[in-house]
Design a protein around this ligand. Structure first.
Ligand SMILES: CCCCCCCCCCCCCCCC(=O)SCCNC(=O)CCNC(=O)[C@H](O)C(C)(C)COP(=O)(O)OP(=O)(O)OC[C@H]1O[C@@H](n2cnc3c(N)ncnc32)[C@H](O)[C@@H]1OP(=O)(O)O
Length: 172
């Protein structure tokens, strides 16, 4: 585990307690770079796992993610779906990484409007979690995007092994 100093004090880096990452007051698990600012750069504001097994996320596309006029860059839509769907194993205290992700862009996603992403586990096979989700516009719940993917569970040595691999690359 390593730490660094962020705006809010020492920040536990990836490689630390993966199953219990720092969370915002809205319950949003924070990735590496967002820990220092204390909010999700992608605009995820609230996160919860409901009793029906569905994880639900309240979010807004930030203005600085604009692609076409007043609509999100497609990369934002893909990134936030990767993030939200990938939080589902974490909500079960399981570290995983995305192995595959497919995104259907159904409608342009408006910037600065309330949105919801929901995510559910379709099935689990070995170390693979098959997860699907969708993004809707509130309050009408019109579908803007859908996603499905495979997340692969990892042990705590995942990032250390990657660092070793990268060091080997650097020696070539
Ligand atoms: C990110 C965590 C932060 C933690 C801190 C807390 C942060 C708080 C919030 C974070 C939330 C983040 C949410 C966003 C999540 C990301 O965006 S993660 C970042 C993007 N993804 C990556 O970087 C993954 C990069 N790829 C890899 O590391 C490796 O290719 C993988 C996926 C681990 C697989 O490695 P491998 O050596 O092939 O593994 P191997 O042991 O051979 O296979 C394991 C299993 O995976 C399956 N598999 C491998 N590749 C595939 C594939 N492409 N398709 C289907 N199945 C596959 C194998 O069939 C095998 O299945 P089982 O037989 O065990 O059931």
């Amino acid at each position: 585990m390593s730490t660094t100093s962020g705006a809010t004090g020492p920040v536990v880096r990836a490689g630390g307690d993966f199953q219990e990452p720092p969370r915002t007051p809205g319950g949003v698990a924070l990735c590496g770079a967002c820990r220092e600012r204390g909010t999700c750069r992608l605009g995820v504001e609230r996160e919860r796992l409901d009793e029906d097994g569905v994880a639900r996320f309240a979010l807004t596309c930030p203005r600085d993610q604009e692609g076409g006029p007043d609509v999100a860059h497609g990369g934002w839509t893909a990134a936030v779906l990767d993030d939200c769907l990938g939080h589902l194993p974490l909500l079960h205290r399981v570290l995983s990484v995305t192995a595959e992700l497919t995104v259907s862009f159904v409608k342009p996603v408006p910037v600065g409007r309330p949105l919801e992403v929901s995510a559910r586990v379709e099935r689990r096979e070995g170390s693979r979690w098959y997860i699907t989700g969708e993004m809707v516009l509130l309050p009408t719940r019109a579908v803007l995007a859908r996603a499905s993917g495979i997340w692969v569970t990892r042990d705590q040595g995942h990032f250390a092994r990657h660092a070793d691999w990268l060091a080997e690359q650097d020696e070539r």
